[in-house]
Design a protein around this ligand. Structure first.
Ligand SMILES: Nc1ncnc2c1ncn2[C@@H]1O[C@H](COP(=O)(O)OP(=O)(O)OP(=O)(O)O)[C@@H](O)[C@H]1O
Ligand SMILES: [Mg+2]
Length: 430
């Protein structure tokens, strides 16, 4: 192994690794570069074997060019090229060929060598030029490769940004909907309170009048009695709407204390029991043992349960089973649509009391799903629905710092999920 320094007439000095075992050819090649005196200095390192060439890996100064004889004492043909190429991937390679390895030289070109040079050729100037071009081509190839890699990195970063933009957009849309909903609720609440107070007294007068006439109308006066009964029913219904509107808009402070959920469910069930019997619908309750107490307003929470059970019953029409389940769990990301937006009452990792009411009804059509929390939205107008049930429920749950989600189940029917803070956590946060 020897290292010599030559000068060429070319502007830029090259750092060359000459891999050639034949001393005569090695000398001749060195002379070719020596002949180009007067320019900048080329640095040539010679290696007679593949092993000696591979030892040059990781030198502080990288080679610009490798002049490579394929047939060496320790390696033959294409294998020599492969070994050198994988050891020096960023260096231009010009293969030196004898007459018998022309085909292999062509193969090396296809696999990334920059050029090949027939050893018999006696045109040293041309060889130097071939080498310069080879170095230049490799430099452009490497630059292109790096530019491509950088482009790929930029593209990946852009895709990531796009993804997070998409997510922010979804969050924004959801938050906007929540804001619109909240604003609507507030306006409707104020309106409802005003209307309810105005209408309450006239209604009381009508009720008194109806009761009065009932007393004096003769028993045989069938049409008159029927009219009065219908009026009484209508007044009753108007009264109920007013009560719901007042509940809905009630700014009354909650009377919150630690409560066991099971007795609340039992009481709510008591109010709707006759409906279950009438519709021959079963009710199945799965309460998790040792469920922590929830921090709730008893009466309001009963109202929530009655509304959700009634919706489930009405959806089911008749027969079937409505399931109510409770559990205490740590919230996992992505299972419920809660915890990924600013302002959500819970985040993954929070311990929550979960209550699910599942029905076997037809589910909620996609075009209806977005409106179910709108005050006065109902698809049951003919059956006497006011469309206030779910907005009242949502309002109450939010006043408790809880979370409500109504979704279609993949098995069919609807699942209404309520998340509540366990009493201990709520007290800790207070
Ligand atoms: N379990 C359910 N299955 C199918 N649709 C439902 C269910 N729960 C609610 N909905 C839909 O949401 C709408 C709004 O429900 P909400 O409880 O607010 O009003 P309502 O039940 O129509 O009347 P009310 O004020 O008397 O409760 C319903 O009219 C119905 O279309
Ligand atoms: Mg309802």
């Amino acid at each position: 192994m020897q290292t010599r320094t030559f000068q060429t007439t070319e502007a830029k000095a090259l750092n060359i690794l000459l891999v050639e075992d034949n001393p005569v050819e090695q000398k001749m090649l060195e002379t070719i570069f020596t002949a180009n005196r007067g320019g900048s200095r080329n640095h040539v390192t010679s290696a007679e074997t593949l092993a000696a060439a591979l030892e040059q890996r990781g030198r502080p100064l990288a080679f610009d060019l490798i002049l490579l004889d394929l047939n060496l004492p320790d390696s033959e043909g294409f294998h020599t090229f492969e070994s050198i190429q994988s050891a020096f991937p960023e260096t231009a390679i010009v293969v030196l060929t004898g007459t018998r390895d022309e085909n292999i030289a062509m193969e090396t070109l296809r696999c990334g060598a920059q050029d090949y040079w027939g050893k018999g050729s006696l045109e040293p100037k041309l060889l130097v030029r071939v080498c310069r071009y080879a170095v230049e081509r490799k430099r452009i190839e490497i630059e292109l490769k790096h530019a491509n890699e950088q482009l790929k990195r930029h593209e990946e970063a852009l895709l990531e940004t796009l993804e997070s933009l998409k997510k922010s957009n979804e969050d924004l849309r959801a938050t906007r909907l929540q804001l619109i909903q909240a604003a609507k609720l507030e306006v409707v609440g104020r309106l409802a309170a005003g209307i309810a107070h105005e209408v309450k007294n006239p209604l009381a007068m009508i009720r008194m009048g109806v009761d009065y006439f009932f007393k004096y109308i003769p028993a045989g006066e069938k049409t008159g009695r029927f009219m009065l009964e219908s009026m009484s029913e209508a007044v009753g219904r108007a009264d109920m709407v007013i009560k719901e509107m007042l509940d809905f808009s009630s700014q009354q402070a909650l009377v919150i204390q630690p409560e066991a959920l099971a007795p609340l469910v039992e009481r709510a069930l008591f109010f709707v029991k006759h409906e279950f019997d009438k519709r021959q619908t079963h009710f199945e309750m799965q309460m998790q043992e040792n469920l922590p107490l929830a921090f709730v307003d008893k009466t309001r929470m009963e109202q929530v349960l009655i509304n959700l059970m009634t919706n489930a019953l009405q959806a089911q029409q008749s027969g079937g089973t409505i399931h109510l389940k409770t559990s205490f769990l740590e919230l996992q990301p992505g299972i419920l649509p809660v915890g990924n937006r600013r302002g959500d009452p819970f985040v993954p990792g929070d311990k929550v009391i979960r209550l699910d009411i599942e029905d076997e009804g037809p589910g909620i059509p996609a075009d209806v799903l977005g409106k179910i929390f709108d005050p006065f939205f109902t698809t049951k107008r003919a059956e006497g629905g006011t469309g206030l049930g779910l907005s009242v429920v949502k309002n109450i749950i939010e006043m408790h710092g809880g979370f409500l989600c109504i979704r279609n189940r993949s098995e069919g029917g609807v699942c209404a999920t309520v998340l509540l803070k366990p009493a201990e956590a709520a007290r800790g946060a207070a």
